[in-house]
Each structure stands twice: as structure tokens, then as C-alpha cells.
Design a protein around this ligand. Structure first.
Ligand code: GDD
Ligand code: MG
Length: 349
């Protein structure tokens, strides 16, 4: 089965980390986020991945020059301009030889050109979703499109998806006001789709799958969903990007080493619930709590980093204090003794 992974967004909520790097190429503990996503798909029998690219596509092709990511072949579909989520699905699926109607692309086409059921994923989601079972359910129901749903406390940041007892989607409301959200079950960003869905996506303009295609299908009763309570996180905010990584080292979802073997942490530093990546240095008496210190960053003596992110190669001066989701961009410097709360360095200008 083929999977289209949407990785073309600007990652604005993770600025400045994503000013030059797509969020799916940011590290998640020990490797780029995209490798976690692809490895999960490979474990569920996906044999070919199409990366739907827009912003900084070369970040992916440079990282996987032989076209192999997490052990499986990846194809790059680079949009000429951002097409939004449905436009991106259409563009990438056609580029991968998926055709509506289950017909061969042409009489000269290879067997690979015969279209089939395919997967679409939001590339910033980490989950243990049982994709195999989801595909089986989709086929058993004879659905044209099946969405995975997960339950959250605050649905207003997501696509909210009320269903009936049989899993038929009754509506699809992208990012409703918290008060008006019709359900706490939200679009988890994994879709099983029949190629006929491509006929529902107009060519030549931006089309949102969440605001246009799915609401129309829900209104006609042709959209199916399955609820799941397994691990799920959208990593697209600093808070979630920190939590997704801590979950992989604290036993919630994994036991990866929190401090990379090539990092240097002074024995007098106090490191709690934090990740220190390759080549980073944490000085004497420094304190880290619920934080990420990225590759080759340095945290000076006596500095305090709480619930914050120090970007690659960035420097936090002696005695400085970063708290409350402060994010320091790549190679930036925070002066000695400076106190930052909820800051982004540099800020968006
Ligand atoms: N190729 C391409 N082109 N990719 C895009 C584009 C585009 O124009 N716009 C966004 N993407 C990619 C992003 O890189 C990301 O991987 C994915 O599409 C989803 O975009 P986000 O910006 O992360 O959306 P969101 O988190 O606000 O909301 C989406 O995800 C939620 C679950 O995590 C929606 O699908 C919601 O309905 C859903 O609940
Ligand atoms: Mg997201």
C-alpha cells in the first residue's frame, strides 16, 4: 500500500525552529520526526511513501539522497505552490500513479500504475494507531474514506468529528470555538482513501480537505470514521513538541536515552525530565526541567531552562533563565543573566 504524507506546511507555530527547517525534519529525540512516522507505517505494511512537499523540500531530499527513509522508498512530490491539504493530496497521489476509478494509468502503464486504496497522513502526528486494523475496517465497511479519530480535552485546535453508532460521520468542523465544538473526538490526521476521492478535489487551486472535501462528504453521509484511544500527539506546537519527546524517554511511550552519549553534562548540573541532544553541553550548576537542548547547543554555568527549547547550536549564557515555553532559534545567543519567559528568539518580524 502507498501512503501520502503531508509535510509541506510552514510550521509557523514552531517558529523560530521551523524558519528554515520543515517541522517534520526537526529531531524527535534521536532522529527526524519523519523517520518516526515512516517507521510506524512500514510496521503496518506500507511499501512506498510519497512525501507531499512544499516548504523547503530540499531538506528532505538532502537527508535521504538515495530515496530511502526509515528503510522504505520515498517519492518526492513538490508542489509548485502551496495547494492546501486536499490539493496536496491530489497532487501527490497523481504523482505517485494513483488514479481514480482503479484503472491502469495507461495501456502502457506498469502494474505499479494501477491505483488502489491509499493512506494519507498529517506528517506532524506521532501515534501508535493500528493502521492495519483501520484499513481492514475501511474495506469491511466498503467506505470511500475512513478517518481515524482521537479524543482530546480541547477540540478547538483540531477538526471536530461527531459520528453515529456505526461510525458514519455526521459533520466535520475544523477548529470550532471551544464552546460550540459538537464532540471531543477529533480528526487524528490518518485517512484511508479510495482513489475516487481524487475526483472530489478540484484541480488548479488551493483546496482544504478539512474545510471543503470532508464537510461535503459528511453532508452526503459518505464519510466513515473509527475511534481510537491509543497514543496520539500532534507535535506542531512547542508544548507538544516537548511532550512528544519526553514521552519517548520517560516510559510513557518509550525508554530512549534522554542524554545523547556525545553530549557533555557537568556532574553538578541538575537535569530532570529533559532531553540533551548530540554534542550539546550543559555547564556546572545549570538546571534543566521539562526542556529540550538540541544538537550542539550550550547551556552556561548556573543557567536555568524550564519548559523551554534551546535550538541547535544556540547558546544560553551563564545564569540566564528561560521559562514558560521560551524557544531559542538555531545558533542564537542569550546573554548572561538574561531572563526570558514565553519568549521566541528571534521573534517573528
Ligand atoms: N504539501 C502540503 N501542502 N502540506 C501541507 C500544506 C500544504 O499546502 N498545508 C499543511 N500541510 C501539512 C503540514 O506540514 C502538516 O503535516 C499537515 O499538513 C497538517 O497541517 P497542520 O498545519 O499541522 O494542521 P493542524 O495541526 O492545524 O490541523 C490538522 O491536523 C489535526 C490533527 O493533528 C487538521 O487535519 C485537523 O483537522 C486535525 O485535527
Ligand atoms: Mg498539526
Amino acid at each position: 500500500m502507498k501512503a501520502v504524507i503531508l509535510v509541506g506546511g510552514f510550521g509557523t507555530r514552531l517558529h523560530p525552529l521551523t524558519r528554515n527547517v520543515p517541522k517534520q525534519m526537526l529531531p524527535v529525540v534521536d532522529r527526524p520526526m519523519i523517520e518516526h512516522v515512516v517507521a510506524h507505517l512500514a510496521a503496518h505494511g506500507v511499501t512506498r511513501v510519497v512525501l507531499s512537499l512544499g516548504f523547503r523540500p530540499e531538506a528532505f531530499s538532502d537527508a535521504y539522497p538515495d530515496g530511502i527513509c526509515a528503510g522504505i522508498p520515498v517519492h518526492y512530490a513538490v508542489e509548485p505552490e502551496p495547494l492546501d491539504t486536499a490539493g496536496a493530496v491530489r497532487f501527490a497521489a497523481l504523482a505517485a500513479g494513483i488514479r481514480p476509478g482503479n484503472e491502469p494509468a495507461s495501456s502502457a502503464g506498469s502494474a505499479d500504475d494501477v491505483s488502489d486504496t491509499f493512506l494519507v497522513l498529517n506528517g506532524d502526528v506521532l501515534t501508535d494507531l493500528n493502521v492495519t486494523a483501520m484499513v481492514a475496517g475501511h474495506r469491511a465497511a466498503g467506505a470511500e474514506a475512513t478517518l481515524a479519530l482521537t479524543e482530546v480535552d480541547d477540540p478547538s485546535r483540531y477538526g471536530v468529528v461527531p459520528t453515529d453508532a456505526e461510525g458514519r460521520v455526521l459533520g466535520f468542523v475544523e477548529k470550532p470555538d471551544a464552546a460550540s465544538a459538537p464532540s471531543r473526538w477529533i480528526n487524528a490526521g490518518t485517512y484511508v482513501l479510495e482513489p475516487s476521492i481524487l475526483e472530489r478535489i478540484p484541480a488548479g487551486r488551493r483546496v482544504s480537505i478539512e474545510r471543503e472535501v470532508f464537510p461535503a462528504m459528511a453532508a452526503e453521509g459518505s464519510l466513515h470514521a473509527v475511534q481510537s484511544d491509543v497514543y496520539w500527539i500532534d507535535t506542531g506546537t512547542p508544548e507538544a513538541y516537548i511532550r512528544a519527546q519526553l514521552d519517548l524517554v520517560d516510559g510513557t511511550r518509550g525508554d530512549l536515552p534522554a542524554v545523547h552519549p556525545s553530549a557533555t553534562v557537568d556532574p553538578s548540573a541538575d537535569v530532570q525530565r529533559s532531553i540533551v541532544m548530540a554534542g550539546a553541553t550543559v555547564g556546572p550548576g545549570a538546571q534543566l526541567l521539562n526542556s529540550i537542548v538540541m544538537d550542539a547547543a550550550t547551556v552556561g554555568a548556573g543557567a536555568m531552562v524550564v519548559h523551554s527549547i534551546v535550538g541547535p547550536g544556540a547558546h544560553v549564557g551563564e545564569g540566564a533563565s528561560l521559562t514558560d515555553l521560551t524557544v531559542i532559534g538555531e545558533s542564537e545567543s542569550v546573554g548572561a543573566g538574561v531572563e526570558l519567559t514565553g519568549a521566541r528568539v528571534p521573534g517573528d518580524s
